[in-house]
Write a protein that binds this ligand. Structure first.
Ligand SMILES: [Zn+2]
Length: 420
């Protein structure tokens, strides 16, 4: 996966590739759960995707014939596209996902199944590499920093950790998993895929340290057990991606799936401020407590999580999907182009924790204020609704408008994007 590796490929493939052999196992597991009509449509290309196309982005120097299926028109001189292996910024990797999905869907619609399968192989590779346990530490792909925190065993002392963390010879199965439709347009599907990949990255992060510890302890079974946790989820996300591209190609969507995509709640999505999917200290606020925005809970005093709660009408109600945030730090969400028309959210203060607070809630689209309201802690929550047609970046901002900033326990509940 690293761009200097390809020259050594013949010498030591298992050490050098991202997810190496497991790329094949994960792709095959994903393809296995596709519906019959999709397997039939893929025909002989199905086997090729698992056997070879999922490796196109790694093999761009060796396999010159297929290299163009992992190349972008916007970067004509880059043979090896690093972003197909390692995440950078949301806007950048969303565009890469969108680009290759679009190429695959266009090829499908024109009946070029061989091209489509190769582009889909590239999408599989990106999804798999992002969810690889060895690609989880931002800026430390070789674990030279992490090994300072986790000093290696004598046996591992002089080894590069990347390969051992992700490689192995195992079989993956997601038998019984039903792939999900990510969108009825490429823009929507790519954006949804990105959020699925974020979940996958967090899952993979939880496997990295246990894998390293198992490697140090020479506990092979434990290494595989934790690798499998990452591989299984990667296969599910790959299945969603391939299933969706084939649905888009055929323009064939089940009614219930289409209906489910009519609106989406974004309270669990990562805003741009959570660069690399965590909040850097620069994004911390100091009121109502010292901390960062949270999804699904609000922290009493900054350290005890309780459910999100707002007064709706005349009674208190708890919410699962929503965000608790602090004063003065904006949350920015990337929206897909031409997909959603409206944004709705319940804005308010937690009825007990925030009773003495007073907060201004502001929703902006591409820097322009779309809706704003000032609420006291004793006011019922207010349903804010705005037109987001054409909006690329949606921002949620909070400002203290009272005297007791420590009481500004503000909540955005059920932030929802709705299609026209
Ligand atoms: Zn790779």
């Amino acid at each position: 996966m690293k761009h200097f590796v390809t020259f050594f490929v013949l010498a030591a493939p298992s050490l050098l590739f991202g997810w190496g052999e497991p790329h094949h196992a994960i792709t095959r597991a994903a393809l296995e759960v596709l519906p019959v009509w999709q397997k039939e449509a893929l025909g002989g290309e199905l086997k090729q995707m698992g056997d070879s196309y999922c490796m196109i982005p790694d093999n761009v120097y060796a396999d010159k014939e297929n290299a163009r299926f992992a190349k972008m028109e916007s970067a004509p001189n880059e043979v090896y596209l690093k972003i197909l292996h390692l995440p950078t910024q949301q806007a950048e990797y969303l565009e890469v996902m969108r680009y290759f999905m679009e190429k695959a869907v266009a090829a499908l619609r024109e009946g070029r199944m061989g091209d489509a399968a190769r582009y889909m192989g590239t999408v599989c590779h990106q999804v798999e590499d992002y969810g690889s346990p060895a690609h989880t530490v931002p800026g430390d792909n070789m674990f030279t920093l992490l090994q300072q925190f986790l000093p290696p065993s004598d046996a591992m002392k002089d080894q590069l950790m990347h390969g051992p963390i992700e490689n192995g010879d195992f079989k993956v199965s997601i038998d019984g998993y039903q792939p999900k439709l990510l969108g009825t347009t490429v823009n929507e599907a790519a954006w949804k895929l990105m959020h699925r990949v974020h979940e996958e990255i967090l899952n993979a992060r939880s496997t990295t340290v246990p894998i390293i510890e198992a490697l140090y302890g020479e506990e092979k079974e434990s290494v595989v057990k934790h690798q499998m946790r990452a591989a299984v989820m990667d296969a599910q996300v790959v299945a969603d991606a391939v299933y969706s591209m084939l649905c888009l190609g055929a323009q064939k969507y089940a009614e219930a799936e289409q209906a489910a995509l009519k609106q989406v709640q974004i309270g669990s999505f990562f805003p741009l401020e959570a660069v690399s999917l965590y909040y850097p200290q620069a994004q911390f606020f100091s009121s109502p407590y010292w901390g960062h925005a949270r999804s699904g809970v609000i922290l009493v005093g900054g350290n005890k999580a309780v459910p999100l709660k707002l007064c709706v009408g005349s009674r208190n109600q708890e919410f699962e999907n929503g965000i608790s945030a602090g004063m003065g730090k904006t949350l920015t969400f990337l929206l897909p182009k031409n997909v959603y028309a409206r944004f709705t959210v319940l804005a308010g203060l937690h009825p007990e924790l925030g009773a003495k607070g007073r907060v201004e809630f502001t929703i902006s689209g591409d820097g322009k204020v779309l809706s704003t309201v000032i609420l006291n802690g004793t006011d019922p929550a207010k349903l804010l609704e705005c037109d987001v047609t054409g909006v690329a970046e949606l921002q949620l901002a909070l400002t203290s408008r009272g005297v007791d900033a420590k009481s500004n326990y503000a909540i955005w509940a059920e932030p929802t994007l709705v299609k026209p």
